[in-house]
Write a protein that binds this ligand. Structure first.
Ligand SMILES: [Mg+2]
Length: 215
């Protein structure tokens, strides 16, 4: 696995199939799933305060990670519906797609989005100025892992000498590596969004305030 900060860091050999993730790799929204998870926890705390929720009640709601994740996913999906995505690395992406064309190679998107969200993905591509008729998107959905999906579908994607997978989630790439030793994997390291940068700043300020209080 190679850690990269830009698509431009990937060297494309002739006859390569590039499988690229969409969310948090090609594009990103102001808030990530993790941000929505944190927001959900904050919401639970503020409800607890408003309703004077007894402590053990609050603790048990915070312990229900599965439910929190469900709420966070709903929040994230809603966020994806109502906001416009941004390129994660537009220049790098353009240089990679140019290189893919020159090297007689192909780019296919591999996403955990469900097939039913095809219309939304097409909308997002349009917003990013990506010609969606030029690319095939494989919708894995979250029911199976990308590695399991590739076991079944890699053959139908065509015959290539090399296969590359780009994703922002390490565990996805680790699983693919162990199943397909010949696939090269690239871990797209996360660049902070404005929201995350502000939040990180706020956290540091709060920590400093707390420190002052103690001192
Ligand atoms: Mg992703």
């Amino acid at each position: 696995m190679r850690e990269i900060y830009s698509f431009g860091d990937i060297s494309i050999q002739p006859n390569t199939l590039v499988l690229c993730d969409i969310d948090d790799t090609l594009l990103r929204f102001e808030k990530s799933l993790l941000d929505c998870y944190d927001d959900t926890i904050e919401t639970i705390h503020s409800i607890a305060e408003t309703y004077k929720m007894p402590n053990d009640f609050l603790e048990s709601s915070l312990r229900d990670k599965e439910n929190i994740m469900k709420l966070a996913l709903n929040k994230y999906h809603h966020h994806q519906l109502v906001t416009v995505p941004k390129h994660n690395d537009e220049n790098g992406f353009r240089s990679m797609t140019g290189e893919i064309k020159r090297k007689n190679s192909s780019l296919i998107f591999l996403t955990a989005r469900p097939k039913t969200s095809d219309w939304l993905t097409m909308e997002h591509f349009r917003e990013l100025n990506i010609r969606h008729d030029e690319y095939i998107v494989h919708y894995v959905s979250s029911v199976i892992s990308k590695s399991k999906y590739l076991l079944e579908h890699l053959g139908e994607m065509g015959n290539y000498v090399n296969v590359i997978v780009i994703d922002d989630k390490r565990e996805i790439l680790e699983e693919i590596e162990s199943e397909f030793p010949n696939i090269e994997t690239y871990w797209m390291t996360k660049v902070l969004t404005d929201y995350e940068r502000n939040k990180a700043k706020q956290n540091t300020e709060n920590q400093n305030k707390n420190k002052e209080k103690i001192e």
